[in-house]
Write a protein that binds this ligand. Structure first.
Ligand code: ZN
Length: 251
C-alpha cells in the first residue's frame, strides 16, 4: 500500500460523504424522534445511509475542483538541441538531434508524472529550432536543453552542464546524476561549465537562463553505446534532480 502525499480533507469526494454521514445518522433520527413518529423504519436506516453515501461520494469525485488541479510545482522547459533540419553531430546513421529528442521525451514523461508542468520544443519526433526553444524558457523555473558532444579525438569523453554561475549547483547535480548512470567522468568544474569559459562562447539558451547539458560524446564508441542503452535511466536521473530542485523552490 502506498499513501498519497496529500490531505483528503480538501476533496469533495471526502467532504460530501462526511457531511452526509452527519446528516443521515444524526439529523434524520433526531427529527424522527422530535416528531415522535417513525417515518422510516429503523432497520432501513443503514440501507438508506449507505446508498446516500455512495451517491455523495460519486458527486464529490465528479465535481471539478480547479484549486486542486493547479500544479503545486512550477513549470519546467525541456528542449532537445538542434532541430529536425539541423542534425547536430552525426555519427554514421546516428544523429545528435534524434537522440536528444528521445531523452527530452523521457525526461518530460517523468516530470509530468511527478506533477510538474512541462513545456517542450515539440512533441514526439518534432524538434523545433533554438529560437523556439528560447521563447518557451520565459516564465519557467527551470529550463534545460540536451546535446551530445563530439570531438575528432575518439577518446574524448565525459558529461558537462553549461549554465550561468547562479545555476552552478544545479548544473553539477545534473551532470553527477547522469554520470551516476553512465559511469562517465565529470568535465569542467565538477560537471559545471561556466558559460564564459565554454568553447562555444555564448549560448543563446544559457544567456536566457537555461542549462545546456552535454550528455556525453557521440564520437566516443563506448560512451555513446552506454547512453543509447541507458537513456531512460539517464532521463530518470535528470528528472529526479529537477523534481527535487523544484520542490526546494516551493518550500
Ligand atoms: Zn549540440
Amino acid at each position: 500500500m502506498k499513501f498519497i502525499n496529500d490531505s483528503p480533507l480538501k476533496y469533495l469526494a471526502f467532504i460530501l460523504p462526511a457531511l452526509g454521514a452527519f446528516i443521515m445518522l444524526v439529523l434524520i433520527p433526531g427529527l424522527q424522534w422530535a416528531m415522535d413518529y417513525k417515518v422510516i423504519p429503523v432497520e432501513y436506516h443503514a440501507y438508506i445511509t449507505g446508498t446516500v453515501m455512495v451517491i455523495l461520494s460519486w458527486i464529490g469525485k465528479k465535481i471539478y475542483q480547479p484549486a486542486l488541479h493547479t500544479s503545486p510545482l512550477g513549470f519546467v522547459t525541456v528542449t532537445a538541441g538542434h532541430s529536425n533540419k539541423d542534425p547536430g553531430a552525426v555519427r554514421g546513421k546516428d544523429k545528435e538531434a534524434d537522440f536528444v529528442v528521445k531523452v527530452r521525451n523521457a525526461v518530460e514523461l517523468y516530470l509530468l508524472r511527478a506533477g510538474l508542468t512541462v513545456k517542450t520544443d515539440g512533441k514526439g519526433s518534432i524538434n523545433l529550432p533554438l529560437t523556439n526553444a528560447i521563447q518557451i524558457i520565459r516564465g519557467s523555473s527551470t529550463a534545460i536543453e540536451f546535446h551530445l558532444n563530439a570531438s575528432v579525438n575518439p577518446q574524448a569523453n565525459g558529461v558537462e552542464t553549461i549554465s550561468l554561475p547562479k545555476d552552478k549547483a544545479l548544473a553539477q547535480k545534473i551532470s553527477k546524476a547522469i554520470a551516476g548512470v553512465t559511469g562517465s567522468r565529470l568535465r569542467g568544474n565538477n560537471g559545471w561549465i561556466d558559460q564564459s569559459q565554454s568553447a562555444r562562447g555564448k549560448l543563446g539558451f544559457v544567456s536566457n537562463g537555461g542549462l545546456v547539458v552535454e550528455l556525453g560524446f557521440i564520437s566516443n564508441d563506448s560512451e555513446f553505446a552506454i547512453l543509447q542503452a541507458k537513456y531512460w535511466l539517464v532521463a530518470k536521473a535528470i528528472a529526479d534532480v529537477i523534481i527535487e530542485h523544484e520542490k526546494g523552490l516551493k518550500s
